[in-house]
Design a protein around this ligand. Structure first.
Ligand code: DON
Length: 568
């Protein structure tokens, strides 16, 4: 695999013969250009899933066919975040330039209540919305893939699910990342699935894992489509699991679940058209607000990751995330003022309080004290086919392995997406995000998301497909990646590799990637009044850029324990 990666890449060889060979980590950080393809590209977190997508494309499938196959393949080989027990969003741009957005976000069960995670005194019960059966929303991924395929697919459904059946049957080698992720979860796996659970063991990178029960689950989805999951044997296993662990999901919830086609959000930035996800994601609104504010600044002149540019970005983020907390929620349940938030007048009023000398304190914008917790997982993949169709999908079970409960007999983990609701106004969720009425729990409502699958075009031509996991940091990572390409002229791989920062209004901290900035830059940022905190990583992008000569550059985030782009 390493040989394959290297053959695609330009390595920066400043090192003379006398220097020692760069470490693997140094080599990946030195890559300037990602995988180059002449016609088509898949960028995902797992090589086996990217290969599945590429095979679909090479066999005449379109980008949407490949997306269905990749989503199901990831559910097998990347159970950390790939899923059928969770949900996600797809942003689409067809070869003709038509855009679309699919919302397959989970929903609160019918029996959910606004205060379900609070005790008798109205205090939020730690972890109830994060681990175990009560944390699960009604899964949306299978219905989402069915709807994507119905509207845009060209190949036979069964052929697209078959690779996942095969992967579940053959098993796969977990490698270093998979072994480490399983090891991190040993206690929770045992607590919620029993000591005899097959994932409870001392995992080594060379071990093969078989998600045995997933083979029959995937075969039922292959043969019966939506009914293979929401009815019959798999539904019965979900209901039995709920009964066992006092969960809320019923057959009525499964019957009622429908993924929704939504109108994508369209904005403009320095001559580019930005297509992104509308509510119930906050991602598209926030991204377009950030880019609206950024249009007034010459970032190229300021310099990439200069103190001046970072200060402006932080100040924009501070204001945008405050809006997110107040105004964003499921549009089917709350009147989200999208037009206002995206209007030039609103944003110019909002951003003209930015001082170029010092930070505005977040308490001047709105009050609150919250803390951000690390250790989170979601996954993103980007696909472009030979015709120029593009799809950007972010999909998740929220935390690593969701609520840690594998549906007994069905071989997949359930999500813990209920934590994305505001359990109580002003009380932060696992990402330190707070919310209020707009994102309060209601039966059948969708919890607010930060996932920001996005596509950029210019002069009617596809330019970029971008997205990442990272909870609340998704929006800022997507934002900086787009700026890196548009303002700083970076290749896709450089933009992905570049060190990132994050600010989300509260807590009033600038998160910076560990070791990203030297003391000079750190001191310059502190001089504006910013408080800095290090974070191990920000973003884990999987993106594609259409280069000037029409070839495709797939960039996976190798540097942050990421995946692989495969093209031809
Ligand atoms: O929808 C959301 O915003 C979160 N559930 C996403 C979770 C996530 O990205 C975790 N990943 N690193």
């Amino acid at each position: 695999m390493i040989r394959k990666i290297l053959s695609h890449l330009v390595i920066l060889t400043l090192c003379l013969a006398s220097c020692s060979t760069p470490s693997k980590q140094e080599q990946v950080e030195q890559r300037l250009t990602g995988t180059i393809g002449q016609k088509a590209m898949v960028s995902s977190v797992h090589e086996l899933a990217s290969e599945v997508g590429k095979d679909v494309l090479a066999n005449g499938g379109n980008a949407f066919d490949a997306a269905v196959a990749v989503q199901f393949a990831l559910a097998v080989v990347y159970p950390e975040a790939g899923n059928i027990g969770g949900g996600g969003f797809a942003v689409i741009r067809t070869a003709e330039g038509k855009s679309d957005a699919l919302d397959f976000r989970e929903k609160a069960p019918l029996a959910a209540t606004e205060t379900m995670y609070q005790d008798d005194n109205g205090e939020v019960i730690t972890d109830l919305s994060r681990i175990g059966h009560l944390a699960a929303g009604v899964p949306g991924s299978v219905d989402g893939m069915v709807k994507l395929h119905e509207k845009y697919g060209s190949m036979d459904w069964a052929q697209l699910v078959q690779p996942a059946v095969d992967l579940a049957k053959s098993g796969y080698v977990v490698e270093e990342r998979g072994a480490a992720n399983f090891m991190r979860m040993q206690e929770a796996f045992a607590r919620y699935n029993g000591q005899g659970f097959y994932l409870v063991k001392d995992w080594q990178p060379t071990d093969t894992v078989w998600h045995k029960d997933l083979e029959s689950t995937m075969a039922l989805i292959r043969d019966n489509g939506r009914a293979g999951f929401y009815e019959g044997a798999v539904a019965d296993l979900i209901l039995a699991e709920m009964e066992e662990g006092n969960g809320l999901i019923t057959q009525a919830d499964l019957d009622a679940y429908e993924a929704q086609w939504r109108t994508p959000l369209i904005g403009h930035y320095k001559g580019h058209r930005i297509i992104s996800m509308p509510p119930p994601s906050s991602g598209g609104v926030a991204l377009l607000q950030l880019l609206n504010g950024s249009a007034n600044y010459d970032f190229a002149k300021m310099g990439h990751n200069s103190a001046e540019q970072l200060h402006v970005m932080v100040e924009l983020c501070r204001r945008v995330y405050a809006d997110r907390a107040s105004y964003l929620g499921d549009p089917d349940y709350y009147d989200v003022p999208v037009d206002m938030l995206l209007s030039d007048q609103y944003n110019s009023d909002r951003f003209n309080t930015i001082s170029m000398d010092k930070k505005t304190s977040s308490s001047e914008i709105k009050e609150g004290e919250v803390e951000i917790i690390e250790s989170i997982e979601t996954t993103h993949f980007s696909i472009v086919d030979e015709l120029g169709n593009a799809v950007s999908i972010t999909t998740t079970v929220n935390g690593y392995f969701g609520n840690k409960v594998m549906v007994d007999g069905a071989g997949f983990f359930l999500n813990n997406e209920m934590d994305d609701f505001s359990a109580k106004p002003g009380v932060p969720n696992q990402f330190g995000l707070i919310g209020n009425e707009a994102n309060a729990i209601q039966p059948e409502k969708r919890m607010l998301s930060s996932m920001t699958p996005t596509i950029v075009d210019k002069d009617g031509q596809l330019l970029m497909v971008v997205g990442t996991p990272g909870g609340s940091t998704i929006i800022t990572a997507v934002y900086q990646t787009i700026i890196n390409v548009i303002d700083h002229g970076m290749t896709m791989q450089e933009a992905v590799n570049a060190k990132k920062i994050h600010h989300q209004w509260l807590p009033d901290l600038v998160l910076v990637e560990k070791g990203a900035f030297g003391t000079v830059l750190t001191d310059q940022l502190k001089a504006y009044g910013h408080e800095i905190q290090e974070r191990s990583m920000l973003g884990k992008m999987d993106c594609i850029l259409v280069r000037e000569d029409g070839t495709l550059e797939g960039a996976s985030d190798y540097t942050r324990n990421g995946g692989i782009a495969v093209g031809y």
